[in-house]
Design a protein around this ligand. Structure first.
Ligand SMILES: [Zn+2]
Ligand SMILES: [Zn+2]
Length: 671
């Protein structure tokens, strides 16, 4: 997602926007002066939080109690309290807006002081009315300027507090009818509650020395994921992974009894597995016994949960190019609008990915505050990417997001091996980045190109660097302008209702314009939970699972994208695979093979040729089966035609239609 610095909003920048809203915070009739933070810590006073835990995504109430130190607190003084960012993050990348105005609504915060006769006001700094999805960055007690910062201020207007008196801030106070406050959207480690005090009444606050810790825990398991490798050979065991998730997609760590059975294919395994999750998931071994498509059903009877593994294509020998799954567009706490700090572990163990890239937002820091990936935090991201790189089991790719304004649009920037140029999109254009980059070493992949108000102008293009296209993410589909369709931006509800851009900014437009870009999909997750089965995955066919091979295969367009299901899709023209440019004489033979993660409802070949205004469905199949094979000869072929395949399954996943989009095959006349 972009920072709140779109020109169309008429504001010059995130910082400026934050300062503006900060100064006009209008909760009390007479707002207290803007606080000044003094560096360092004070040992005056102490604080606790109770309870010190919550269940991720569930309502509760939490009290931060500050006990006044020996200096007391003078009139005009008070405290400022801030829960960890994760505690204000909502679904997708929105905030659950904390508020001090309506005691009957969710996320209401109240304050109390223990001494009678003392008058005080409390407010949520930066509070704005009627806005549930707070997208604006706000200043934090530790100097950051980010989306999930909500500082509560308690301000003494009359009287003085003495040593031992208390000020309580009650998050989710319910006596006025509020359902309470939602705990963090994700499970976390213990994180500090920031508390600062002004004892003098001069609006100078200092953080206290020992800040209390709060933790968000996973809830009950409500879903099971089973991951299998996409290919295998008879007689050689493969590992499958099972993860139990709560309603917020957090892994649930508890011992569980599993029952395994065969759905399709031929394989041997132990029918019962009793295991305690390690790294958040349970691993079991399956030995394929013959060529075919292997699918294993896993049941946890005690939890009333079950799931079927994604298809494993068992062939006599492994293909030269193996199919690997990755999510190379996701965010976590290093983005100003992201939370979570276990995205690498999540990608490897919970969503069972083969490769992964953390692509936090590069944003130029202003006024000394961090509000995204700066040059300093980029070094942290690079170190994490190296730390979790473990080929041939799990590959990480160095990358970051540069959310360019028009005419360029949002791009993720990837490196073959060690990171190359790190730029701020506010300062350096995409054209300039392409000039700095070495061909073959850097890829720039655009995303949500069809989403309002962003957009992309395909006139600005560089074939060495832009070779792939993110056709789908949690935001919705950028295949073609179709505002009513189920995966449109209008219906994705990613942060707030969005719109499709009625402009030639979609994948089909790029192809018609002559861009040789292959399809991928990715989550654009902002919760440190990449690889979600409804948010988009990239399929890459590479010789081996190394960083170099994955990068080279992206570069060479051996890719396709799905909505997140690990559907196996093959598409060829006269034997050349998707992503190729092929010289054709006449009437090419188009072949499709698909192994579904569920029943395949429809498979379509789409075609565009120079005389046509738009892509049209050339041929449609309705398999109503798990697996499909078909071929079609295009007797109406003309040179320059472009073909691609899209597939749809019958059953949705998490209320999202399951789709896959092949890369195109481009044709030219044989000379
Ligand atoms: Zn973006
Ligand atoms: Zn993003």
């Amino acid at each position: 997602m972009s920072c709140f610095r779109r020109h169309s909003f008429g504001l010059p920048g995130c910082i400026a926007a934050a300062a503006l809203f900060f100064s006009i915070a209008s909760a009390p009739a007479d707002p207290p002066p803007r606080p000044v933070m003094i560096p360092g810590v004070t040992s005056s006073g102490r604080a606790t939080v109770s309870p010190a835990q919550g269940i991720s995504g569930e309502f509760g109430a939490w009290t931060v109690k500050f006990t006044v130190g020996k200096e007391g607190i003078e009139t005009g003084g008070g405290i400022r309290v801030q829960l960890p960012d994760s505690w204000h993050s909502g679904p997708r990348n929105s905030a659950n807006s904390l508020q001090s105005r309506d005691p009957a609504k969710p996320h209401y915060v109240q304050a109390r002081v223990s001494r009678s006769g003392v008058k005080f006001a409390h407010l949520v700094e930066s509070e704005r009315s009627n806005e549930e999805l707070i997208k604006h960055p706000k200043l934090s007690l530790d100097g950051r300027n980010e989306r999930y910062v909500f500082v509560v201020r308690v301000h003494l207007t009359e009287g003085r507090l003495q040593a031992g008196d208390t000020i309580s801030v009650i998050y989710g106070e319910r006596s006025g009818g509020s359902p309470g406050m939602l705990a963090a959207a994700i499970a976390t480690d213990q994180e500090p509650v920031l508390v600062a005090v002004d004892t003098t009444g001069k609006n100078t606050f200092q953080r206290i020395k020992k800040e209390p810790q709060i933790q968000s825990l996973a809830g009950e398991p409500v879903e099971m994921l089973v991951h299998a490798p996409s290919q295998a050979v008879p007689g050689r065991p493969v590992q499958m992974l099972v993860a139990l998730l709560d309603a917020q997609y957090n892994p649930v760590m508890r011992p569980v009894k599993l029952r395994l059975s065969l759905v399709t294919g031929n394989g041997s395994f132990s029918a019962k597995v009793n295991a305690r999750p390690r790294n958040g998931r349970i691993q079991f071994s399956v030995t394929p016994r013959s060529v075919g498509v292997l699918r294993v059903k896993v049941e946890a009877p005690d939890l009333k949960l079950s799931a079927v593994s994604n298809p494993t294509d068992v062939t006599k020998a492994l293909p030269e190019r193996k199919l690997y799954w990755g999510d190379i567009h996701s965010h976590a706490r290093l983005s100003w609008d992201g939370v979570g700090d276990r995205s690498f572990e999540y990608a490897r163990h919970i969503t069972g990915l083969d490769f992964y890239a953390l692509t936090d937002h590069s944003i130029e820091p202003t006024g000394g505050t961090t509000r995204g990936l700066s040059k300093e935090t980029w070094a942290e991201s690079v170190a994490l990417t190296e730390k979790f790189h473990d080929p041939p089991h799990f590959v990480t790719i160095h990358g970051y997001e540069a959310s360019f304004d028009r005419p360029y649009g949002h791009h993720n920037v990837y490196f073959r091996d060690r990171p190359g140029p790190f730029i701020y999109p506010e300062r350096t254009s995409l054209d300039e980045l392409w000039q700095m980059a070495a061909a073959g070493e850097v890829l720039t992949i655009p995303h949500h190109t069809g989403k309002f108000p962003g957009g992309i102008d395909f006139e600005h293009h560089h074939p060495d660097f832009r070779r792939n296209f993110e056709i789908y993410s949690g935001h919705g589909s950028s295949e073609v302008y179709a505002p009513g369709q189920p995966l449109s931006f209008e219906r994705s509800n990613f942060t707030q209702p969005s719109r499709s851009l009625p402009a030639p900014t979609f994948a089909q437009d790029a192809w018609k314009k002559g861009l040789l870009v292959s399809t991928i999909a990715a989550s654009d997750d902002h919760r440190g939970q990449p690889g979600q089965p409804h948010f988009g995955l990239a399929a890459v066919r590479a010789p081996t699972l190394t960083r170099n091979d994955v990068f080279q295969s992206l570069h060479d367009r051996h890719t396709y994208g799905t909505t997140g299901a690990k559907v196996i899709l093959e598409f060829s023209l006269n034997g050349s695979p998707m992503g190729s440019s092929v010289q054709v004489d006449s009437a090419p033979l188009l072949k499709v093979r698909a192994l579904g993660s569920g029943v395949i409802e429809r498979v379509q070949i789409l075609k565009w040729q120079k005389s046509a205004e738009k892509f049209a469905v050339l041929h449609s199949w309705h398999p109503d089966a798990l697996d499909f094979e078909g071929e079609y000869r295009d007797e109406a072929f003309t040179a320059g035609a472009i073909y691609y395949v899209r597939l749809r399954q019958k059953e949705p996943i998490r209320d999202h239609l399951v789709k896959a989009w092949s890369s195109p095959i481009w044709t030219e006349k044989k000379h």
